[in-house]
Design a protein around this ligand. Structure first.
Ligand code: IMP
Ligand code: MG
Length: 172
């Protein structure tokens, strides 16, 4: 059975936004020791495109965390595959696919801050601010979207649809 996906953000718009973000990040981090950390798995396609729009030296790593069940959890997620790089005294940029309730990225940020980076910012391709249950504001946002479940460009529904070149809504 194939679910229908209605386009929400076309490929061209995503690529334009990724270029803009890459330019801003390159400017903001000029002269700094930038470490970009992708949160697996949703951010990997966005991150692959984004780092190629970054014109300053950059180191990359990935972090995988367990997902919590439901949005009323304690807000704790656990690291299941840690980064290999040391981030002490480094300027760290976390890359997320989407910030929804904010529980995941806030928990990751709190854990990584214990490792004493010089700075730690968040870049999320998508932001659903209407769903937020914890106080967190990404420093770089690609697109603000309404409360809809989206797939594509790395985002999945039951592990499918990550390979779509655009972002869409299922079943509409
Ligand atoms: P949060 O902890 O509620 O902010 O959720 C963050 C994670 O939930 C994201 O990294 C995604 O993996 C997943 N997620 C939240 N909303 C969506 C969506 O609309 N489509 C696909 N995944 C989503
Ligand atoms: Mg994710």
């Amino acid at each position: 059975m194939h679910e229908k996906v209605s386009p929400l953000i076309p490929e061209e718009e995503i690529q334009k936004k990724v270029k803009e973000l890459g330019k801003r990040i390159s400017k903001d981090y000029s002269g700094k020791d930038l470490v970009v950390i992708g949160i697996l798995k949703g951010s990997w396609i966005f991150m692959a495109d984004l780092i190629r729009e970054i014109t300053i030296p950059v180191k990359c790593d990935f972090l995988k965390v367990s997902s919590y069940v439901g949005s009323k959890s304690s807000g704790k997620v656990n690291i299941i595959a840690d980064i290999g790089l040391s981030i002490e005294r480094k300027d760290v940029l976390l890359i997320e696919d989407i910030v929804d309730t904010g529980i995941t990225i806030k928990s990751i940020r709190d854990m990584l801050l214990l490792r004493k980076p010089s700075s730690l910012k968040i870049c999320s391709l998508l932001d659903k601010p209407s769903r937020r249950v914890v106080e967190i504001h990404p420093d770089y946002i690609g697109f603000e979207i309404p409360d809809r479940f989206v797939v594509g460009y790395g985002l999945d529904y039951n592990e499918r649809f990550r390979n779509l070149r655009y972002i869409g809504v299922i079943g509409e």
